[in-house]
Design a protein around this ligand. Structure first.
Ligand SMILES: Cc1cc2nc3c(=O)[nH]c(=O)nc-3n(C[C@H](O)[C@H](O)[C@H](O)COP(=O)(O)OP(=O)(O)OC[C@H]3O[C@@H](n4cnc5c(N)ncnc54)[C@H](O)[C@@H]3O)c2cc1C
Length: 393
């Protein structure tokens, strides 16, 4: 069977490694190709560190794939042909029996005018330019971060801590981490005050121009704007005619197969699981790696002629870095609801750093055949679908 995985991020690499080792162990033949534009895995969860000039380790995908039998095809997948079961990469065409979409998402907005022209974003290709601009800004220059989610909070606190000479502010449409416990939210606000980050809540942005945001409540001036509100999805799935949600994420069934093209799986940020009421899978590397590993497991089951299993995921905690000296771990209960249990300060920062390191460690262990991408389950996932409903071929 030819299996092509597009995207060598957290989900794609976890999928490739899990599948390769299971296929080899069970003695089933599969040709696995991973299409990815670079020889390195971009640690997106550290992009705010990269943007503030912290030297990060290079994570070579080849280190992980060595001895796995997975072929790395370096390039961008430009188009998918679901009818012909082919993917086009820089003039080459690769045939597949099963395709895995693991192409992630990017920070940014296609909706608010001026973002692309006048704001910086935290993406692999744009983080170096942001770092150069931040380093070149004079004393008291105004840096405005837009977005009150975790990426905005991490970016604002990292910039404020790394560049105390700058005036940093953060604007958000609603309230900062409104879904966190009061204790969690209070801690974030406390650290923002300590780092002298000016927080503007309830600000709806209409447009961005060269030096100001136009908002519901007037203009906000800046010397540099970092856009960390919302996310955008690559159009690959939409262009191929797969069913997607309003954001462009692939709608997948509990086995993580496209609801319109069941021989195409999706994992990570690009996937939107259609799950029973009450079950949600938050976006993040915390879910991307489990989804990738689960798709790898289900493909290995397919190779043996066995039915796939439903993905079952329970949120354990959120972790937020607040610069290098502080952090917040916000725990969830068994139902996935965020509780008043938090870990803060240096211990929170240390915990978060360990979580970041553990992503690479887990992939390294997977590359050696140990199932290290593990996650908490609800125990309430639906039963595996009967064989007759599975993909043809
Ligand atoms: C600053 C920041 C901090 C974050 N912190 C956390 C955190 O603490 N915890 C957490 O859980 N999440 C965090 N996230 C979110 C997390 O990074 C993403 O949810 C995660 O990276 C998703 O993994 P993925 O494998 O789906 O996609 P990605 O990691 O984005 O990987 C997808 C890969 O696919 C490649 N690709 C895309 N299109 C194509 C194509 N056409 N052909 C070939 N390759 C392609 C891309 O180059 C990319 O490398 C953070 C994000 C940011 C920006």
């Amino acid at each position: 069977m030819d299996i092509v995985i597009i995207g060598g991020g957290y989900a794609g690499v976890a999928c490739a490694l899990r599948l390769a080792h299971r296929a080899r162990r069970q003695g089933t033949a599969a040709r696995i190709r991973l299409i990815h534009p670079a020889p390195v895995l971009v640690e997106r969860i550290r992009l705010h560190q990269a943007a503030t000039g912290q030297g990060l380790r290079e994570r070579r995908i080849g280190t992980l794939l060595r001895r796995s039998g997975v072929e790395l095809v370096q390039g961008w997948a430009e188009a998918i042909d679901p009818q012909e079961r082919a993917v086009h990469v820089g003039g080459q065409q690769f045939a597949w029996d099963r395709l895995v979409l693991a192409i992630g998402s990017r920070s940014g907005s296609d909706e608010v005018p001026g973002v692309a022209e006048h704001a910086h974003t935290l993406n692999p290709a744009t983080a170096p330019a942001l770092r150069e601009r931040l380093q070149a800004l004079p004393r008291n220059a105004r840096v405005l971060v837009v977005g009150g989610g975790l990426t905005g909070i991490e970016a604002a606190s990292e910039v404020a801590e790394s560049f105390p000479r700058l005036e940093v502010s953060l604007a958000t449409e609603g309230r900062l981490v409104d879904d966190f416990s009061p204790a969690g939210r209070d801690h974030i606000l406390h650290v923002m005050r300590k780092l002298r980050v000016d927080v503007h809540e309830g600000v709806r942005v209409h447009s961005v121009s060269a030096a100001r945001l136009e908002t519901d409540s007037g203009a906000l001036a800046f010397d540099l704007c970092v856009w960390a509100a919302g996310f955008a999805l690559p159009p690959l799935a939409w262009d191929a005619g797969l069913r997607v949600n309003a954001h462009g994420q692939v709608l997948v069934d509990p086995q993580l197969r496209s609801v319109s093209h069941p021989w195409i799986y999706a994992a990570g940020d690009i996937a939107a699981p259609v799950l029973p009421p009450g079950q949600t899978v938050p976006m993040g590397c915390k879910s991307a790696m489990p989804m990738g590993a689960h798709v790898g497991d289900n493909l290995a089951r397919e190779l043996r002629g066995e039915p796939g299993e439903a993905f079952d995921y329970a949120l354990l905690f959120y972790c937020v870095s607040l610069g290098r000296r502080d952090g917040l771990i916000q725990w969830a209960d068994d139902e996935g609801r965020l509780t008043g249990r938090i870990l803060t300060g240096r211990r929170g920062a240390w915990f978060k750093e360990m979580i970041c390191r553990s992503t690479w460690w887990a992939l390294l262990m997977e590359s050696r055949g140990t199932k290290a991408v593990v996650w908490k389950r609800t125990g309430r996932a639906p039963q595996a679908m009967p064989r007759a409903e599975r993909a043809p071929g």
